[in-house]
Design a protein. Structure first.
Length: 348
């Protein structure tokens, strides 16, 4: 099974990708709205078919990317029946199975942080995704959004702690850079619910945290109650000028065939050294030539009336050129994928 742990810095949210390495079907747990391009790029680069997006609960600190991914790649949104959210494709209950090829996840109800909190447990009990129910040396807050500390205590003790001590636990968040824990570690060392902590101990602890409400609370909860669907027209899935996409490395990229077909509608910026323009690969007629090492100082020479397509030998230097241009305020820009090597291979 292919496994990736992804991180959103703004909300300290972990997103998890699991996929069958043979048939390439995948699931994504707790995707983040602002990381949609990142997640779509990773799916594309790894050749994965996203079957499901799985929510551990209705989040209060970020907006889910589930709706965007469904619109872009046709995945189905999976959410607890107790979540109160509208717009999901499948509502799950404790004991249900979610499968995508070799990926098999059992649904365990772990309410207390919210009514609809679930933990996704691999059927071999080697790993579990606990959302905000159990965090690393911590537990999800219970002071708003149907929070119930007594219920959360019982959820953790009855649904998570009976798992094998070596079972890996992957939380929905961590604010200290920690990535994974185990059932055995949390049973022994969790200061809120581990060791000899009683339900009264846990309830007293949780009721006296004194935390401020999440910064995105007023935006995130209403949006997540409709699976992250934005206001109509608020978020274009692709740039209006052409079919550019973001790579997993974060750079905008476009197919060179489209560039050749729309040559008059774009500025083609070649960032190779001058000697390369007359070398084996040659160059495209009518290019703007600015070597990469001079681009920062010469950005003003790049016309602003058309989208800018950057090109070099292999697409590596021109990818960095898009970074420089975007930082300089050039928004309609993309790298010609594969550079002049691919341009020539395609007979363009």
């Amino acid at each position: 099974m292919l496994f990736r742990q992804l991180f959103d810095l703004q909300s300290s949210t972990y997103t998890y990708l699991l996929a069958d390495e043979t048939i390439r079907d995948a699931v994504l747990i707790d995707p983040v709205f602002e990381q949609f391009e990142r997640d779509r790029a990773l799916l594309r680069e790894l050749g994965l078919n996203l079957r499901y997006t799985l929510e551990t609960h209705v989040h209060a600190d970020h907006v889910t990317g589930a709706w965007l991914l469904r619109e872009a790649v046709g995945s189905r949104i999976v959410l607890s029946r107790r979540s109160g959210a509208a717009g999901a494709d499948r509502y799950i209950d404790p004991g249900d199975l979610v499968t995508a090829g070799a990926v098999e996840l059992e649904v365990r109800g772990t309410p207390g942080h919210t009514d609809g909190c679930v933990t996704y447990l691999a059927v071999d009990h080697r790993m579990a995704f606990t959302g905000d129910a159990l965090l690393i040396r911590s537990a999800g807050r219970t002071d708003f959004q149907q929070g119930d500390p007594g219920l959360l205590y019982r959820s953790i003790r009855e649904q998570i702690f009976p798992l094998p001590d070596e079972c890996l636990l992957y939380p929905g968040h961590d604010y200290n850079g920690r990535t994974v824990t185990t059932v055995g570690e949390e049973k022994r060392w969790n200061p809120r619910v581990g060791g000899e902590a009683s339900e009264d101990d846990f309830v007293g602890y949780m009721r006296n945290l004194g935390l401020p409400h999440p910064k995105q609370l007023d935006v995130a909860v209403p949006a997540n109650l409709k699976c992250g669907e934005p206001e109509r027209g608020a978020v274009p899935l692709r740039p209006a000028w052409g079919p550019a996409v973001r790579t997993f490395a974060g750079t905008p990229e476009i197919d060179p065939t489209w560039v050749a077909d729309h040559r008059d509608a774009v500025t083609l910026l070649d960032v190779r050294e001058a000697a390369e323009l007359t070398g084996e690969l040659g160059h495209v007629d009518g290019i703007l030539h600015i070597p990469l090492g001079e681009l920062r100082e010469r950005v003003a020479e790049v016309p602003a009336d058309k989208p800018v397509i950057t090109v070099c030998r292999s697409g590596r230097r021109s990818a960095q050129a898009t970074v420089i241009l975007e930082k300089a305020g050039v928004n309609d820009v993309a790298n010609a994928a594969g550079g002049m090597l691919r341009w020539r291979a395609l007979g363009l």
